[in-house]
Design a protein around this ligand. Structure first.
Ligand code: AMP
Length: 469
């Protein structure tokens, strides 16, 4: 059984650079926000693959210099990973690396396969033994069992059987392959550094290593890099249908990244402007829940003509509260992480902007904290619609019953979080903001808001198991 199919991750790959493993390390550093639980690098010297993986942050797992001496060669892929309850042990670290009849292959995956359990059941019935509880291993099994002779065809044969979200980087002794699923749920970009090709979940990884951003890898595109250069294919039977994840713009990606052909920062700021237009309020100042609410709060303040203040200060040395597995720790975590500035807040009517409400526990703590610091009124503004449905394509969201807006009206949520008022940006507001910065015909995946899932699940029974209802 797969433990749980909710995963957040970042992938990186480089081919044709003498400092491949070191640059991958830096790339992962820039992608750390996409997963803090485990990380790993697999490098190739042209003959063999070598791996180093571990639990924890990139800086901790790759602490010693001698690790890089054991990762020689001019190509490497890397992965940062976070998954919820159950799947958080060593055996689920990525990249997954295996030796099979025709050599070695490693894979780093961002996304979620919705039919992984079904495929796994079939493979296990015919004798396969899985060594991880991650959906990504399914892909490796399918590649190993594929009929075709060439590796590329085997990869295509395998990927034609899986459904869902996958931005992948593969590494063999002599090749790097990068693929985005036909819906393009998760971002993946292509860059270049000193003649070497680089792929990364977000362009902020290119900025750090000073690679040139070339372009987004297209939905359904497969890029193959070897000593002869780079080739692009669109090999899938399934027609490409661009449904990139809108939540990447709202919360997940770094604001300094370019994803899905738009910079995140101006989009996020525009969400705040739209929010101010839709839900103005008589107030003295605007503040953000740092860091996720920052750009939207600045947009809100600008549009509303109100001062923007740092009313909450974040301690950056605490992990994301969301990551703590137990409710008791999560409550404590908010206090650890944020402290209100009484001098700014006291006696004021404040607008507090955050990107989303999931369970409602964070907002409730924050509103109380701001009131205790002397605020006269607290108006909460959220720069996305109510999150009412879980994500099955690679963003970690709890089951439907834990999502506060799945079972409560906005008025009830406002009461629960003890806000004087609460408003969420509408889907139209999101679209209007996105249209200002790029192709407005893109059909984003908005399943977390609408319940309209662009890739269906194989059997209703599975979705029940996944906590959709
Ligand atoms: P909650 O207390 O469950 O309502 O959490 C809301 C907070 O979680 C907001 O401040 C969001 O910025 C943040 N958040 C939203 N989605 C995620 C996610 N997938 N992973 C981690 N944090 C998130």
């Amino acid at each position: 059984m797969f433990d749980k199919l909710h995963e957040e991750c970042g992938v990186f790959g480089i081919f044709g650079h003498p400092e491949a493993a070191n640059l991958t390390y830096l790339g992962l550093y820039a992608l750390q926000h996409r997963g803090q639980e485990s990380c790993g690098i697999v490098a190739s010297d042209g003959m063999r693959l070598k791996a180093h993986l571990g639990m924890g942050l990139v800086a901790d797992v790759f602490k010693r210099d001698d690790i890089f001496e054991r990762l020689p060669g001019s190509s490497a892929i890397g992965h940062v990973r976070y998954s919820t309850a159950g799947g958080n042990d060593m055996k689920n670290c990525q990249p997954i690396m295996v030796d099979y009849a025709r050599g070695s292959i490693a894979v780093a995956h961002n996304g979620n396969l919705v039919n992984a359990q079904e495929i796994r059941n079939t493979l296990e019935q015919s004798g396969s033994i899985f060594s991880t509880t991650a959906d990504t291993e399914t892909i490796i099994h399918l590649i190993a069992r594929a009929q075709s002779d060439s590796l590329i065809e085997r990869v295509i044969e395998a990927l034609n059987q899986v459904k869902g979200a996958y931005s992948l980087a593969f590494l063999t002794e002599t090749r790097m392959i990068a693929v985005r699923d036909p819906n393009g749920f998760r971002p993946l970009s292509l860059g270049k550094l000193d003649g070497a090709f680089v792929v990364a979940s977000e362009s902020c990884a290119f900025d750090l290593i000073e690679a040139e951003y070339l372009r987004e890898i297209e939905p359904g595109e497969m890029i193959i890099v070897d000593k002869n250069g780079m080739k692009s294919y669109f090999p899938f039977q399934q027609e490409s249908r661009n449904t990139p994840c809108i939540f990447e713009y709202i919360y997940f990606a770094r604001p300094d990244s370019r994803i899905f052909n738009r910079m995140v920062y101006p989009v996020r700021k525009e969400f705040g402007r739209q929010l101010a237009q839709q839900y103005p309020v008589d107030a003295d100042l605007v503040m953000a829940v740092p860091d996720s609410g920052m750009p939207a709060a600045m947009g809100y303040a600008e549009e509303a003509g109100l001062p923007f203040e740092l009313g909450l200060i974040r301690n950056h040395y605490v992990g994301r509260t969301f990551i703590e597995p137990q409710q008791s720790i999560r409550h404590f975590g908010v206090k650890l992480k944020l402290n209100p500035v009484r001098e700014i807040i006291e006696g004021k009517r404040v607008v507090v902007v955050d990107d989303s409400i999931v369970r409602g526990t964070t907002s409730r703590k924050i509103v109380k904290m701001i009131r205790n610091a002397g605020a006269k009124e607290v108006h909460v503004r959220i720069s996305s619609p109510p999150t009412s449905f879980p994500c099955f394509y690679g963003i970690d969201t709890p089951s439907r019953k834990e999502l506060i807006s799945a079972s409560h009206t906005i008025e009830e949520i406002a009461r629960y979080i003890t806000a004087d008022s609460l408003s969420y940006l509408s889907l139209e507001g999101l679209h209007a903001a996105l249209a200002k910065f790029g192709d407005h015909k893109v059909d984003f995946c908005e399943a977390c808001f609408s319940g309209n899932y662009p890739v269906k699940f194989p059997r209703l029974k599975d979705t029940n198991q996944l906590g959709l209802f």
